[in-house]
Design a protein around this ligand. Structure first.
Ligand SMILES: N[C@@H](CCC[C@H](N)C(=O)O)C(=O)O
Length: 319
């Protein structure tokens, strides 16, 4: 059974994108764990499913590399936004996701000639029950030292709506990722705090409304970038006075994005803006799990050329 797949990325957060009308066509866990193996064209961080929707222009489901399903994916949503907008010949659309219908739109390129999309990130909640997370019966964790995690890093727990634990750190924790790795492995194994695991980000506030974010993703491990994590990190940075503008530049190991954070009391309007790049198209046999053919686009070369300067600027943080 020959089928077509795209390989796409947002800030180097890489996915296979597959469109189908049959939500139960195959076992998505099995397909995703096979696709995401390193030996299959370098692997990927997950599978984006584009499905028909009765309430929006299309529906997105996100399967992590380990086969678990996530409620949202910011970088993936930008790629799905581009796919759906180009297919429907529209500049904006609504995409159904597990917990919300989200607005997406085409944007002016942040880097010359790089297709760029803006996506809504919602709903936002600081309630620990929304992640879910539990810690000493507390209802929230906001910029708080958790002695069991670190004696110096203040953490915030937030769902957007997938779960994130955000630590504000100094540069040493970015240059050396061992502390982040062991905390993330603890919280994504069997543990008393996050029963469903959590995405763990370390955020280094830089100058001029700019932050650097590195994320260890639930179901994946360290990624080049995690869109929901970068948006949640921009919100946490703003609420704690590390940045002041509504639009925050977020560098990551794979490139950069812009996050718009509008706050109105307890209400937050979050938008993630960045590249949506298609690197290749594959044909594969969906039942026998074998690749049959592929064609690379020239978009990755253009992306790498444009991102070169950004990478130089962040080289010392990007490990
Ligand atoms: N890379 C994504 C998030 C993917 C889901 C995450 N691993 C989870 O399990 O919550 C993004 O760009 O937001």
């Amino acid at each position: 059974m020959e089928r077509t797949l795209l390989k796409v990325h947002g800030s180097g957060n890489t996915f296979y994108l597959y469109q189908t009308n049959n939500e139960n066509e195959v076992d998505w866990t099995k397909l995703t764990t096979w696709l995401c193996q390193k030996e299959n064209n370098g692997g990927a961080d997950g599978l984006l499913l584009v499905l028909p929707s009765t309430i929006a222009d299309a529906k997105m489901r996100v399967i992590n590399a380990d086969g678990s399903e996530a409620s949202m994916c910011g970088n993936g949503l930008r790629c799905v936004a581009r796919f759906v907008c180009e297919q429907l010949e529209k500049e904006e659309a609504i995409i159904e996701t597990m917990k919300a219908n989200l607005k997406v739109r085409k944007e002016s390129p942040l880097l010359e000639d790089i297709p760029t999309y803006a996506v809504e990130i919602s709903p936002v909640s600081f309630a620990l029950s929304s992640l879910p997370m539990s810690y000493k019966g507390q209802e929230e964790i906001r910029h708080q030292i958790i002695q069991e995690f670190s004696t110096t890093i203040p953490f915030t727990a937030v769902s957007v709506p997938n779960p994130h634990l955000i630590g504000i750190v100094d540069q040493t924790y970015i240059e050396n990722n061992t502390h982040q790795k062991s905390l993330a492995e603890l919280l994504n194994g069997e543990n008393e705090y996050c029963v469903d695991g959590v995405n763990v980000s370390y955020v280094y506030p830089m100058k001029n409304d700019t932050i650097f974010v590195r994320t260890f993703e639930r179901g994946v491990g360290f990624t080049n970038a995690c869109g929901t994590a970068m948006t949640a990190s921009a919100l946490v940075s703003k609420l704690n006075g590390f940045v002041h503008n509504d639009v925050i530049t977020v560098f990551n190991p794979g490139g950069f994005v812009k996050c718009e954070v509008k706050t109105n009391g307890d209400r937050y309007e979050l938008t993630l803006i960045g590249n949506a790049t298609v690197t290749a198209e594959y044909t594969f046999d969906i039942h026998n799990l074998t690749f049959l053919n592929y064609n690379e686009t020239d978009e990755q070369k253009q992306y790498e050329k444009s991102i070169e300067l950004v990478k130089k600027e962040t080289a010392s943080f990007a490990n």
